[in-house]
Ligand binder design. Sequence first.
Ligand SMILES: [Zn+2]
Length: 222
Amino acid sequence: MRRRSLFLVGFLAITVRAGALDPIQKPLAGKIILLDPGHAVKNEAGAIINPGARARHGAYERDVALKVAAKIVPLLEAQGAKVYMTRTPDNPWRYARVKSADNRARAIMSNVLRAQAYVRIHCDWNRSRSFKGYTTYYYRWGSRELAKSIRQAFVQRLPTHRDNGIHRRSFVSVTSRMPAVLVELGLLSNRNEAKDLGSDAYQAILAQAVADGITNYFVQHS
Ligand SMILES: [Zn+2]
């Protein structure tokens, strides 16, 4: 009897270890991620209340953010994640009375979904047309490592673009309970960067950078 239970314990130990080392286990298996492509909010009367920035005669921030987010989805899914979006190419508008209520609703959505990461996608605009580059924001201390990981992936994937560093700002999200990061992909007010941001090929690189950053974060922190 004693020998038999020892045998069973040994067998279980081997089985558990084999599971842990399973080479087909994907790094984001079981993870829930919410992507929030910013802007595109209408009020009940159908007027746009949060349009976002626009390049001169060029791309709208809300479109760039949505296209990049849509490109991130299959990359994260390939790593095993379940990915939600606050709006999708088929359903690109959101409705709210005011901007602040909409921001709160997006954060509440991240909590309701029990997401393990909430990543907000935006493009910047600056009065100085020479200003360019990507910027990474977080607010709560528990979001800092995710911000660092996403920024690092941008540095690696976009070696010719300027890194404006990591900054702590409350606009990222006060309400969401999981690591939350907001990325400004680049400047729509800068002529060259606006051209890049509007291009499908550059959007694919940006998507890859965000996906790398999220994946590396979970590989290191779970
Ligand atoms: Zn924005």
